[in-house]
Design a protein. Structure first.
Length: 758
């Protein structure tokens, strides 16, 4: 599910400052010197275990047949993964949940005027791709959780279908009420497009892949090249996941077989109108038959037509009906108990379900994660034991709505609240650049991991290569920061993969990492996301599969065995300060824009009022942006900055012998650190969406995958809800102060250890 995340964050790739790459390496964060030496030895052994051919064979096996939710091969894969975990020494089982998963029984798109045309809504088998012919097992092209409906209406082209596109339509005098909207993929997560269309009164929505972003405009199409061909279709979910993820019928509770469920009519995350995805082969006749104004230049794709916005004269009949079934999903869970701290859990996950064969999404990441687990299993058989408990999770149902991870997290919420230290996620993996996002308290730690993994293509560290890319391809400010800042930030996590329930619902420190950026992407969510495609156009040698296993393995091993959990707070404080400056600037910019727009309206009103030939109607002005007192937020960040500096100073005063002699107090310190992310949450959740409780990171209500930082404040401002914005400034300031007090508590423990002479 993660492609949108990768390509909207590629310019904020994790990297290292050049000063950190010269001279000797700094000690490993959280380790005494003796334990660091043992850790590096274990990692060297681990690297030697990993095999490209193991990853290749695992991908071939897992992607051999379609394995969507509810399919026989989906269950077979889960049981295979669990059996592999067991063979490597894990205590493993398959955990089952029962979820709502609609599959299509009726799909129809036909143009009824000005000339008849019926969309194929199908992807043909290709001789160059053997598994593309498994048509009796494939899910048809559709958008899961679309409303059922049978509608006919004039067609309106709405570009990417995001709110600002409807503002453009308004300026053009085009009303979509009673119309069917056609939008192109891109610009936001797909689920936002029917959501916004319905809010503006549209009765249906079509989403097509334009060749400008995803086809011949970029390069040769499949099977000659890696880009999407004219019949390729991007399946995907359109559930309103910014409200909550997981089973639509069981929010907040695990979807066990006998769980209490909402009725279908009471769930809030289903679309209000029918929606279907199209290939650009099917979309071209519809768009070509449209009239009305010529689309703005930035709205035009790469089809050989003049792009018009309508409405009409193209009129379309759209019909969608689904089987609304409750089906089982299967999470494969493998556990290695910790010998020193069994109630501190390091959780590692990647999903195993796909829309069809899913070789890239998700098997490229799943096969690599399994090689990681195999490597840890070999260490286990050699006598090594982790200090903390390690849990490997192969999630089912990620594609429809993060089903497997969310239901597992909700079902085990109490235990996770007490025991989870960090959740580490991956998804698709490919050839290219290292990228990582997540809790900024782990930023220095991940920078250090990137320092110790080599890029197989360029033979420099993955951090160095990512840094070079960020400098050469980033904007001016991003490139400058990449050169000058000792640690370049992890990107903030919105949604789109299985970290969401852990970070944003339970407040567990989380990371998402992988490699990519050098692929065409034309197989995404199609029948052509296959072993044949992946081995021709993606990580053909599986070198980056090994590199991802090296990276994920280091993260897991270091977190499992660190003497002191490697959290650090100065980068987090600086990043939160950046977010505060952004919301202040957002408010100032909106004030200037509103004043300018209102002046234009007044000038127009004066003109009309002075012309006796025209009936005068007072134009409606926007409410002026009021003053918002951001001082509580700024003061909270100042306190956090001081707390983070004090913690860093206390850590620097600690020596190895003191750590070794202070086991009980170090355990108390780790107990505070593993819960520090929880102090960034509120049980009441965000305004209007209580499932999301994290006050620093959340998916946007109108961005979907895209993150909104300081979401309660930022979205209140964007919605011009000034009273709520002022209230949320105080709320979030209180949360940041609470976090600062938690850091102070950790500092107090460190100071007590040092002053006691242990």
């Amino acid at each position: 599910m993660q492609r949108y995340i990768l390509f909207t964050t590629i310019f904020v790739l994790l990297t290292l400052h050049p000063a950190a790459q010269t001279g000797t390496h700094k000690p490993l964060m959280g380790f005494t010197a003796d334990h660091a030496a043992k850790e590096m030895g274990a990692e060297s052994t681990f690297d030697g275990i990993l095999q490209r051919d193991s990853i290749r064979q695992r991908m071939k096996r897992l992607s051999a047949r379609p394995h969507h939710v509810g399919s026989p091969y989906d269950r077979d894969n889960a049981e295979f993964i669990a059996s592999q975990f067991r063979s490597w020494g894990f205590d493993a089982n398959v955990e089952e949940f029962w979820v709502l998963f609609p599959t299509p029984k009726t799909r129809l798109v036909e143009m009824v005027s000005p000339s008849p045309f019926t969309a194929k809504l199908a992807e043909p088998a290709l001789s160059a791709d053997a598994t593309s012919g498994q048509q009796t097992e494939q899910l048809p092209t559709y958008n899961a959780y679309s409303a059922d409906g049978d509608v006919t209406g004039e067609l309106v082209y709405a570009n990417y279908g995001v709110p600002k596109d409807y503002e453009t339509l308004d300026r053009l005098g085009i009303d979509v009420r009673g119309k069917i909207v056609i939008t192109r993929y891109g610009g936001s997560w797909r689920g936002i497009k029917p959501k916004v269309a319905a809010e503006h009164g549209a009765v249906g929505c079509l989403i097509y892949s334009d060749p400008k972003e995803d086809g011949y405009y970029e390069g040769d199409v499949y099977p000659k090249g890696p880009y999407r061909n004219e019949s390729g279709v991007q399946r995907g979910s359109v559930a309103d996941m910014p409200l909550y993820t997981g089973d639509p019928l069981t929010p907040f509770i695990g979807a066990t077989k006998n769980a209490k469920r909402l009725s279908l009519k009471d769930t809030k995350v289903l679309t209000k109108i029918p929606v279907l995805p199209l290939s650009y082969g099917d979309a071209a006749p519809l768009l070509g038959a449209m009239g009305g104004p010529v689309a703005p230049e930035e709205w035009r794709g790469a089809l050989p037509i003049t792009y018009h916005v309508g409405p009409g004269p193209a009129k379309v009949h759209l019909k969608v009906a689904s089987n609304w079934d409750i089906v089982p999903i299967y999470d494969a869970i493998g556990k290695i108990p910790g010998v020193a701290h069994p109630d501190e859990w390091i959780i590692r996950g990647n999903h195993h379900d796909g829309w069809v064969n899913g070789a890239e999404d998700p098997i490229s990441g799943q096969a690599s994660m399994m090689e990681e687990a195999r490597g840890i299993g070999v260490l286990l058989h050699s006598g090594w034991r982790p200090a903390r408990t390690i849990i490997y999770c192969a999630w089912d149902g990620e594609e429809p709505a993060l089903l497997g991870s969310t239901e597992w997290a909700e079902a085990h919420a109490d235990a996770l609240g007490r025991k989870a230290v960090v959740y580490i996620n991956s998804d698709s993996n490919n050839r290219g650049f290292f990228f990582a996002g997540g809790s900024h308290t782990l930023e220095k730690f991940v920078n250090q991991v990137a320092r110790d993994v080599m890029d197989p293509e360029k033979h420099v560290t993955v951090g160095e290569r990512a840094r070079a890319f960020s400098i050469s391809q980033g904007s001016g400010d991003e490139a400058k920061e990449a050169r000058e800042r000792p640690d370049i930030r992890l990107f903030a996590l919105g949604s789109g993969s299985d970290y969401t329930p852990f970070l944003q619902h339970l407040g567990i420190s989380s990371l998402a990492a992988g490699y990519g950026g050098e692929d065409g992407g034309g197989s995404y969510h199609s029948i052509y996301d296959s072993y044949a495609y992946y081995t021709r156009f993606m990580d053909t040698s599986f070198e980056y599969g090994v590199t991802m296993a090296e990276t994920g393995g280091r993260i897991v091993l270091r977190l499992a065995d660190a003497d002191i959990l490697p959290f650090e707070f100065s980068d987090f404080a600086e990043t939160v300060g950046k977010y505060v400056k952004e919301v202040i600037k957002l408010t100032d910019d909106m004030r200037v824009q509103t004043d300018g727009d209102n002046q234009k309206i007044q000038d127009r009103a004066d003109f009309l009022a002075a012309d006796p030939r025209e009936p005068f109607v007072e134009p409606k002005k926007k409410e002026r942006v009021p003053f918002i007192n951001f001082a509580p937020l700024q003061n909270a960040v100042a306190a956090l900055t001081t707390s983070s500096k004090n913690y860093a100073k206390a850590m620097s005063d600690l020596d190895d012998s003191t750590i070794a002699a202070s086991g009980k107090q170090i355990g108390e310190l780790n107990g505070v650190l593993m819960n520090v992310e929880r102090s960034l949450t509120r049980k009441e959740g965000l305004p209007g969406r209580p499932w999301y409780v994290h006050e620093i990171y959340a998916p946007g209500m109108y961005t979907g995958y895209g993150v909104k930082t300081l979401p309660a404040i930022r979205e209140s401002i964007e919605l011009r809800n000034w009273k709520q914005a002022e209230e949320q400034v105080g709320v979030v300031a209180g949360v940041i102060l609470n976090f600062s007090h938690t850091v102070d508590k950790a500092t107090s423990i460190l100071s007590a250890i040092t002053s006691s002479g242990h």
